[in-house]
Design a protein around this ligand. Structure first.
Ligand SMILES: [Zn+2]
Length: 246
C-alpha cells in the first residue's frame, strides 16, 4: 500500500507513461482526457492505486462493515489532502463527502466516504482550514452499480443523481469533495458540476484510492481522441499486475 509515484496527470491524477510525460513539455502534464475536456473539478488527488491491500481494506470497510478500517483509510486520505494544501485558499473550506442514496445508507448503516473523511479530519491535514460538512450534497436517486460500465455509461449513470441541499455552505467558496475510490471520475465530476452550479468557486477532490491505467492500456496514448480507446481506459478495477500480464 504505497502512495502513487511517478508521472501523473496534474488535473485528474491518471498515470502518464514516460513517453507521454516527456512529450508534455510543460509544468502541468495532462492526460488525453483532461486535454480534451476541462474537468469540473480543479484537481483530484489520491493516496494509492486501487488494487491489492488497499482495495481489500476498502472492501473490508464497505462490504464487511469493519469500521476501524476507516481510521487507516482516513490517515491515507489525510495524506492525499495534504498534497493539495498549497493550492487551498486561506479561508475555511467545506469538506463534502460523496453521499449514498438513503436506502443504501440505511442498509449499510454508514457512509464510508463520511467515516473516512471524519478520520482524516482528526489528523488536521490543512490546519484550521477544513471543516467537515455532511448533508451539503444529497443523492437524489439510487444509481445502479458502476462496475463493468464504460466511462461514457458511468457518466450517464450518475447524471442528475446529485443535488446541493445546503447552497449557503458552498456559495462563493472553494469546496473539497472526498470519496473512497476514484475510478473514471464520473461520480466526483458530477458532484463538482452541481457544486459549481450552486456557486462553489472551485472544487477539489481527494480520494483514498484511484484506478490507474496499466501499461497494457497504453494504446490510448497513441489513439488519443479515439472513443473506443477511452472505453479501454475505463476498464474498472483491474489489478495492475494482472492487466500487465504478470
Ligand atoms: Zn487527467
Amino acid at each position: 500500500m504505497r502512495p502513487i509515484a511517478g508521472g501523473l496527470c496534474a488535473i485528474c491524477g491518471e498515470r502518464l507513461f514516460s513517453s507521454y510525460a516527456l512529450s508534455a513539455a510543460e509544468n502541468e502534464p495532462r492526460c488525453g482526457l483532461c486535454r480534451r475536456i476541462e474537468p469540473a473539478f480543479a484537481r483530484a488527488v489520491a493516496y494509492g492505486s486501487y488494487e491489492g491491500g488497499l482495495r481489500e481494506l476498502i472492501h473490508l470497510l464497505k462490504y464487511a462493515g469493519v469500521r476501524p478500517a476507516a481510521n487507516v483509510l482516513g490517515r491515507m486520505l489525510a495524506e492525499a489532502i495534504a498534497a493539495l494544501e498549497l493550492d487551498f485558499p486561506a479561508e475555511s473550506i467545506p469538506v463534502v463527502p460523496v453521499p449514498l442514496y438513503r436506502t443504501r445508507h440505511r442498509h449499510r448503516e454508514f457512509n464510508q466516504a463520511e467515516l473516512i473523511a471524519r478520520a482524516a479530519m482528526k489528523l488536521n491535514p490543512a490546519p484550521g482550514r477544513l471543516h467537515l460538512c455532511t448533508g451539503v450534497l444529497e443523492r437524489k436517486r439510487e444509481t445502479p452499480s458502476q462496475t463493468g460500465l464504460t466511462r461514457h455509461q458511468r457518466r450517464e449513470n450518475v447524471r442528475g443523481a446529485f443535488g446541493v441541499a445546503q447552497i449557503d455552505v458552498v456559495k462563493g467558496r472553494e469546496v473539497l469533495v472526498v470519496d473512497d475510490v476514484y475510478t473514471t471520475g464520473a461520480t466526483v465530476s458530477e458532484c463538482a458540476r452541481v457544486l459549481r452550479r450552486a456557486g462553489a468557486t472551485k472544487v477539489w477532490v481527494a480520494t483514498v484510492a484511484r484506478t490507474l491505467k496499466a501499461s497494457g492500456q497504453r494504446v490510448e496514448i497513441q489513439l488519443s481522441g479515439n472513443a473506443a480507446a477511452e472505453d479501454i481506459s475505463a476498464a474498472p478495477e483491474v489489478p495492475l499486475a494482472r492487466a500487465a500480464g504478470i
